[in-house]
Design a protein around this ligand. Structure first.
Ligand code: HXC
Length: 518
């Protein structure tokens, strides 16, 4: 073929049109809002020159009914393809807001479904970069059907390949449900928002005034609804964090997470750790201090940092191997379990289990949160989700009881009878049916009432109970925990214990699927 000839020239013209079709004005508009263009985002996410685009030249099927403007740009408002992130294969779709507001018509939907199918077929993670006004109004039912096809594929891929959604602009209407079906949702502060119906509809239907930010901005979804697992200041930092998160995951459910060489000593004994829990057992401390001293230095990557902060969850590495950590946070609500923390923990455990990531539980929990609000809002049902997730998980599971382990919380947090592989306890552990004050109030109600100094008697009885009952040694002697360990040896013990579980294998009973209490 003559590269100066007509045939080649028309090919080059098409390529050129693809590059320039959005025009500098529309891209400038994106930049002025603090947003990047769909292709710029892909360039930031993937290893240099590794991205291969698919279906770049498809054209829109949006009918020109004279109702609303039609943009016949190549690609129909979404860039799809595959490339390498830290050397590993990943599929992507990136919505282009400069073409009809990134709205989803039938061709746009078919492109997304195409990469969903490919990612599932080859067993590679998929990332959706979302910047969309939702279902393309001009295409009517064809858009709705497109969304349903995407949702179906999200569900079919769930637990087989990691699916990540990154919200970098509007995610309105149908655009919100695909992210909700994926494993992790990232949002960028001030420039992204998610809602089923926007502020205009809220005003019309409910006569309520609310801004985009307050209805569905990043902070609301990170702190209140819990829908956003990660939020960052800008797109660059958001996309960097996506890469970091991926580094903990295998490419699919049949593989193990990648090993990352560590300089940290696997036999490291850290005496500082002995002094973190205060002598007064009712005093708080920060569980993250303990996490940091146990894991490979600097490897903790927290998930849902601002939601249900009484439970800390996240990924880390122990001697180079990925683990998932679930830890009660005594600094917030005394680390109590409530509805939101149960939901947060259960979802995280199920992800780890699906993708062969061993689970470490650090326990210091006074119990479930009492109260009318929690009971009427279904703490029974939601707490059961956490129980269910722990019990169902077949990956290696280890608990270290640091301090409080009372009542139902003892059972829930991966106790041995629930299927935990090893349970260790620190000497500071308090394992009992309930806390000292509650226990003596029930056991010695009459004596306390009839006493000349009920307060003093209760205090003395509680101290005796703490000394004789609420300690780790009764559970140790009866075999409910495997060993009481020196806190300074926690890292070393955990590395050895997880290594012993590397070949753990459980054949689940044959059934269609279990019925988690939703
Ligand atoms: C077709 C759309 C569109 C849509 C935006 N555009 N949304 N075109 N269908 N859904 C077009 C606009 O007409 C405009 O075209 C361009 O995209 C940019 O939009 P602007 O409004 O100028 O941008 P901005 O001011 O930034 O506002 C963005 C927005 C707003 C907040 C997303 O466009 C908006 O409210 N869109 C509708 C959101 C929505 O209600 N979607 C729900 C659809 S129903 P021009 O030609 O002027 O550049 C749905 C149900 C599915 O999704 C249910 C499945 C479960």
């Amino acid at each position: 073929m003559d590269i100066n000839g007509k045939v080649f020239k028309s090919f080059l013209e098409r390529v050129d049109r693809l590059k320039t079709q959005n025009g500098p004005d529309k891209i400038k508009k994106q930049h002025d809002k603090g947003k990047l263009h769909a292709r710029e985002r892909i360039a930031l996410l993937f290893d240099k020159n590794s991205f291969e685009e698919l279906d770049a030249f498809v054209t829109s099927a949006t009918p020109d009914t004279g109702f609303g403007k039609i943009d016949s740009a190549f690609g129909d408002g979404v860039v799809i393809g595959y490339g390498r992130i830290n050397g590993r294969l990943v599929y992507v779709y990136s919505q282009d807001f400069t073409v009809m507001g990134g709205s989803l018509g039938s061709v746009h939907a078919k492109k997304i479904m195409k990469v969903q199918d490919l990612a599932l077929r080859v067993g590679a993670p998929i990332i959706g970069l979302i910047d969309s006004g939702g279902a393309r109004i001009q295409e009517g039912v064809a858009s709705l059907s497109g969304y349903a096809g995407i949702f179906h594929r999200n569900v079919q891929s769930s637990g087989i390949i990691p699916q990540i959604s990154v919200i970098l602009g509007p995610a309105a209407g149908g655009a919100v449900y695909s992210p909700a079906l994926t494993d992790f949702v990232f949002m960028t502060k001030k420039t992204s928002y998610m809602f089923v119906t926007g502020p205009d509809v809220v005003r019309e239907v409910l006569n309520e005034e609310i801004s985009f930010e307050d209805l569905g901005g990043a902070e609301i979804h990170a702190k209140k609804s819990g829908i956003a697992h990660f939020i960052y200041e800008d797109e660059e930092n958001t996309l960097l964090a996506v890469k970091k998160l991926l580094s903990f995951f295998p490419s699919n459910n049949l593989e193990n997470p990648p090993f990352v060489e560590t300089k940290d000593n696997k036999d490291r004994i850290d005496e500082k750790i002995r002094n973190i829990i205060p002598d007064d057992t009712n005093k708080p401390y920060d569980i993250k201090q303990i996490i940091d001293l146990v894991i490979d230095k600097g490897s903790f990557f927290e998930v849902s940092e601002y939601f249900a902060m009484n439970l800390v969850v996240g990924f880390a590495r122990l001697n180079g191997k990925a683990i998932g950590i679930i830890a009660n946070q005594p600094k917030v609500l005394a680390g109590v379990l409530d509805i939101n923390s149960s939901l947060k923990g259960a979802r995280f455990i199920r992800f780890c289990d699906a993708f062969n990531i061993p689970i470490l539980t650090l326990e210091d929990v006074p119990g479930f949160l009492p109260g009318v609000d929690q009971e009427h809002s279904g703490i029974i049902k939601h707490g059961a989700k956490l129980l269910f997730a722990y019990s169902e998980a077949s990956v290696p599971k280890i608990t270290v009881i640091l301090r409080k382990s009372y009542g139902g919380a003892f059972c829930v947090m991966n106790s041995k009878s629930l299927g935990g592989d090893y349970n260790f306890a620190w000497p500071s552990a308090e394992i009992a049916v309930m806390g000292p004050e509650g226990a003596v109030s029930i056991l010695y109600r009459r004596e306390i009432q009839q006493s000349d100094d009920p307060k003093q008697l209760k205090k003395e009885l509680a101290a005796k109970y703490r000394q004789e009952i609420a300690n780790p040694y009764i559970a140790d002697e009866k075999g409910y925990i495997d060993e009481v360990i020196d806190p300074a040896e926690t890292r070393k013990k955990l590395i050895i214990a997880f290594e012993s579980l590397e070949n753990k294998h459980i054949d689940p009973p044959a059934r269609k699927h279990a019925n988690i209490p939703l």
